[in-house]
Design a binder for this molecule. Structure first.
Ligand code: SF4
Length: 236
C-alpha cells in the first residue's frame, strides 16, 4: 500500500518531495497509516483516581513559583492531548502565542507539527504534547539550567502517568535536556535513545519553528519520523 493522496499532500505541505518507490523501499510508516491509527487509538479508561491525579498535577503547575519564570507568564502551559497516548511529543517551552492561549505548539509551528503527525498517520488529539518548561522564557530565550531543573519533575510526572510507547523530542533544547547532553542536535539525529530509567525510547528531530526558517531540513525530518515509526512498531 502506498501513500494516500492526503498524506502526500501533507508531506508536500511539509516541503518533502514524495518519491513513491523509494518510500516503499524504506518501509514507509505512512503507508501503514490504517494500521498505525488502529494501534494508536485506544479507548481511554481514565479512572476517577487517575483524573484526580491529573487534576492535582495541573493545579500544582498552575500555581508553581519554583523558578523566576512565573513572574512574567500569562499562564502556565501544561500540555495537551490523550492521557493514554502512545506518542509523547516534547518541545522546548511556550512562546508568545502559547503563553497567550495556554496550549503548546499553536500558530504556524503548531500547524507544521500537526502535518508532521499526520504524515505519521496520527491526529493531534491522539498524542500528548508537552514542553520541557511550562512557562514562557522572556523574549523566547533558551531555558536556563536551573529553570529546567525546577520544572523537570512535572514532566517526569506526566511521563509516568502517560507511560508512552515512544517520545519524540522536537528541537535542540528538548533533545539535549531529555538526554542530558550538549551534543548538537544534528549529531543526535538518526539514533534511538532511552528516557532516563524508564526504558521508553526517544527519537530526536528538528523543531517545526526551525523548519519554518530552514525548509531544506524537512527531508531530514521525514527521515526522523520514519525512524520514529520503526522504533514505535518495535515497541508497540
Ligand atoms: S517554568 Fe516550571 S518550575 Fe518554573 S515557574 Fe513555570 S511551572 Fe514552575
Amino acid at each position: 500500500m502506498g501513500l494516500t493522496q492526503t498524506q502526500e499532500y501533507y508531506l508536500q505541505t511539509m516541503g518533502v518531495d514524495v518519491y513513491r518507490s523509494r518510500d516503499r523501499a524504506l518501509d514507509d510508516p505512512a503507508s501503514n497509516s490504517d494500521e498505525v491509527r488502529t494501534a494508536s487509538v485506544r479507548v481511554p479508561e481514565t479512572t476517577v483516581q487517575e483524573s484526580e491525579i491529573w487534576r492535582d498535577l495541573r493545579q500544582r503547575v498552575a500555581k508553581c513559583q519554583q523558578c523566576e519564570l512565573y513572574r512574567e507568564r500569562t499562564q502556565t502551559v501544561f500540555g495537551v492531548g490523550d492521557h493514554h497516548a502512545d506518542w509523547l511529543i516534547i518541545g522546548e517551552a511556550p512562546g508568545a502565542e502559547e503563553d497567550k492561549q495556554g496550549e503548546p505548539f499553536v500558530g504556524r509551528a503548531g500547524k507544521l507539527l500537526n502535518n508532521m503527525l499526520f504524515a505519521l498517520g496520527l491526529q493531534r488529539e491522539q498524542v500528548f504534547i508537552a514542553n520541557i518548561l511550562k512557562c514562557r522564557p522572556p523574549k523566547n530565550r533558551d531555558p536556563k539550567p536551573e529553570e529546567v531543573n525546577a520544572c523537570s519533575s512535572y514532566l517526569r510526572e506526566q511521563i509516568d502517568l502517560i507511560q508512552p510507547k515512544i517520545i519524540l523530542a522536537v528541537g535542540r533544547i528538548a533533545a539535549q535536556n531529555l538526554m542530558k547532553t550538549e551534543t548538537p542536535i544534528g549529531k543526535m539525529r538518526g539514533r534511538r535513545y532511552q528516557y532516563a530509567d524508564t526504558g521508553i525510547p526517544v527519537v530526536v528531530t528538528y523543531h517545526p519553528a526551525y523548519l519554518l526558517r530552514s525548509p531544506r531540513e524537512k527531508r531530514k525530518v521525514w527521515q526522523d519520523l520514519q525512524l520514529a515509526m520503526r522504533v514505535y512498531k518495535e515497541t508497540a
